[in-house]
Design a protein around this ligand. Structure first.
Ligand SMILES: Nc1nc2c(ncn2[C@@H]2O[C@H](COP(=O)(O)OP(=O)(O)OP(=O)(O)O)[C@@H](O)[C@H]2O)c(=O)[nH]1
Ligand SMILES: [Mg+2]
Ligand SMILES: [Zn+2]
Length: 312
């Protein structure tokens, strides 16, 4: 028998499939020659991939379904482990939304890191929702930090949702935003990705870690890519916390296209292409000077240009 199903879990060489939107999990393996797009990725099949499988009888651990073909992807996200490495890893495929989870403290946020993730989502055309989690820990004490963060990302065109997996704040709104979609949950280790999934649907049981006392960092509790079905509707993919995040291959002149607030004004730059650094009459620099583009985002952009020079 043959069928089409979606990869919902990837544990090394074993996979779990489900015929989404139905939730009936069964094991599968990759065997023989699978027709692949030439991608150079370290993992041929990713969570979210729709696959054609073959199966004799009922799938079991002893007799898993066999993945024969990966169907064309609507979209996907990849990352390079470092800028130096040519190897890339497909994070997930066929996503309706990337929910990027951050916390201002515990672990302390690194804006350039967030901006690289956002650029990657723009490159691969995956709509983004930014979730500012753990507000119970710092908003009362540092309200100006929260409003500064909001200002930076809302002025860039992103939606920022404040949540606390601990108190439940913002969780109903997030549940609504995740409904009827396939959502990737991504972000640094320890920001609360798995905790939020548990808060969205207390019937689920993703592994939740502890922040290390010494480094105030996450401990990479989640180690696999795994999709969950939310009781409220929709699907979420829990992922291991990102460490390094190498930027995808981009030409220097291209990078600013993936900063929506820069893209919006580049037509007014005198030079085409413009790197928005030394050129006269640059609309991006003018917008930064006028405070319409945030200095933090512009600095992240300059950092990416700089790396681009270093690594090729
Ligand atoms: N105070 C507070 N603590 C939280 C919140 N969300 C998560 N935590 C705590 O933060 C720690 C890490 O949470 P996890 O859900 O494991 O984080 P994660 O992002 O899944 O981490 P990795 O799986 O390592 O990538 C745990 O001790 C959680 O209890 C929150 O909103 N408020
Ligand atoms: Mg986790
Ligand atoms: Zn310019």
């Amino acid at each position: 028998m043959e069928g089409i199903a979606t990869v919902v879990k990837n544990a090394g060489s074993h996979y779990l499939l489900s015929p989404l939107p139905d939730w009936e999990l069964f094991p599968a393996v990759l065997r023989g020659k699978v027709r692949l797009e030439r991608s150079g990725a370290t993992n041929p099949v990713a969570v979210g991939d729709r696959v054609r499988y073959e199966l004799d009888g009922v799938a079991s651990e002893e007799q898993p379904a066999v993945i024969k073909e990966i169907l064309p992807r609507d979209n996907y996200l990849i990352r390079r482990s470092t800028n130096l490495s040519r190897q890339s890893h497909v994070i997930a495929a066929n996503l309706d939304q990337a929910v990027i989870i951050v916390s201002l403290l515990f672990p302390e946020i690194k804006l350039p890191f967030l901006d690289r993730i956002l650029v990657t989502c723009e490159v691969y055309k995956v709509p983004v929702l930014i979730v500012l989690n753990k507000v119970d820990l710092y908003r009362e004490e540092f309200p100006e930090m929260v409003s500064a963060f909001r200002r930076i990302y809302e002025s860039a065109g992103y939606t920022v949702l404040e949540t606390s997996a601990r108190t439940g704040e913002g969780i109903d709104v997030l549940r609504e935003r995740c409904r009827d979609r396939i959502n990737l949950f991504s972000g640094e280790s320890g920001v609360g990705k798995s905790s939020i999934i548990k808060a969205l649907d207390p019937g689920l049981d993703p592994k939740i870690g502890r922040i290390s006392d010494v480094h105030l960092q996450g401990r990479h509790t989640t180690s696999l890519y795994e999709m969950y079905r939310l009781a409220g509707g929709g699907f979420v993919i829990d992922t291991p916390g990102l460490r390094g995040f190498g930027l995808v291959d981009l030409e220097k002149e291209e990078i600013s296209k993936y900063f929506p607030e820069m893209l919006a004004v580049t037509d007014d730059c005198r030079f085409v292409p413009c790197t928005h650094t030394h050129e006269p009459d640059c609309a991006v620099k003018a917008a930064v000077d006028a405070g319409r583009i945030s200095a933090e985002r512009y600095n992240s952009y300059l950092g990416m240009l700089e790396e681009d020079r270093k690594f090729r």
